[in-house]
Design a protein around this ligand. Structure first.
Ligand SMILES: [Zn+2]
Length: 297
């Protein structure tokens, strides 16, 4: 049994300091999207691959092979699907994934996709001290740049685990955006200790994440509880509402999860559905944020 932290004894200033460490500021919903579109669609794929097992020192070859599936099967199927529809997307890639699968990252960049930061080895930021987190984040950016030839401008923290130092580090790096937080449906300004820091949030949500619905844990009780068709329905309703509001539809998927034969159709049908409206703008996270910042000065 864990010892409860006596937060009821903390002075209000301490609670406020934590809440204000990295907080949502001004909402950033542009009046218009490019080419007269009514809404923006930003698809993202987190290429965790083998790092999910490696990060905790796991030695399960079976679990590693499941991650390997993401590289062998998931990414190629996703690349082909995106190419068929001429859709740009963002892939958030741990540096260790990029080192193990450099050709994959170069091919994605050649296809016109964006590569963003996703930790060194999918480490959990809230377990790290400031110096370690900072060193890993800078080294990850350097590594991705050497491999792809492009310096990443955005970050998605691994497992969306965002420490009270993460924003400070991202601001110091001069990153354009983060995509790990959940305070809004539209992009928003991030405040570091109450002041703008130059980093824009493009928000995520577990509701719009395939892992929340489809992951199982062999040694735990976690099993998928929802049919693929129902996942499509949730994603469709999220898109419908974003379009009705003239806002942003952001989606997080994983090559080793969505890339299976019985699941990739969810993405294909979703794209067909969105394309059926003819007024949605597909963009990388970077392009969406740059547009939002240009419109919301
Ligand atoms: Zn991840």
């Amino acid at each position: 049994m864990t010892t409860p932290v006596p937060t009821w004894t903390w002075p209000e200033e301490r609670l406020q300091a934590l809440m204000n460490r990295a907080r949502a500021g001004r909402a950033l919903r542009p009046a218009t999207w490019p080419s007269g579109a009514r809404c923006a669609v930003t698809l993202s794929f987190d290429s965790d691959h083998d790092t999910f097992e490696l990060r905790d020192g796991g030695r399960s070859i079976s679990a590693l092979s499941q991650g390997h599936f993401g590289a062998r099967q998931g990414v190629p199927r996703i690349r082909a699907l995106l190419a068929r529809h001429a859709i740009p997307a963002t892939f958030f890639v741990p540096a260790v994934t990029a080192i193990h699968y450099p050709d994959e990252q170069r091919a994605l960049v050649a296809d016109g996709h964006e590569i963003g930061l996703h930790g060194w080895i999918h480490e959990r930021n809230t377990l790290l001290d400031f110096a370690t987190e900072r060193e890993l984040q800078f080294r990850s950016a350097d590594t991705l740049e050497v491999i792809t030839g492009v310096r990443p401008v955005g970050i998605r923290t691994p497992s969306w685990d965002f420490s009270d130092n993460t924003l400070r580090i991202s601001a110091e790096m001069g990153l354009l955006y983060d995509s790990s937080l959940m305070a809004d449906v539209d992009c928003y300004e991030l405040l570091l200790d109450g002041a703008p820091c130059g980093v824009t949030e493009i928000p995520v949500e577990w509701i719009r994440d395939d892992a929340a619905y489809l992951v199982m844990d062999r040694w735990g009780g976690l099993r998928p509880q929802i049919a693929p068709a129902d996942i499509l329905e949730i994603f469709r309703r999220e898109f419908d509402a974003a379009r009705a509001e003239g806002g942003l539809f952001q989606l997080t998927l994983h090559p080793d999860i969505i890339g299976h034969r019985s699941r990739l159709w969810i993405l294909e049908e979703l794209i067909d559905y969105i394309r059926g409206h003819a007024d949605a703008w597909f963009a990388t996270h970077e392009a969406a944020v740059r547009h939002v910042l240009a419109e919301c000065r």
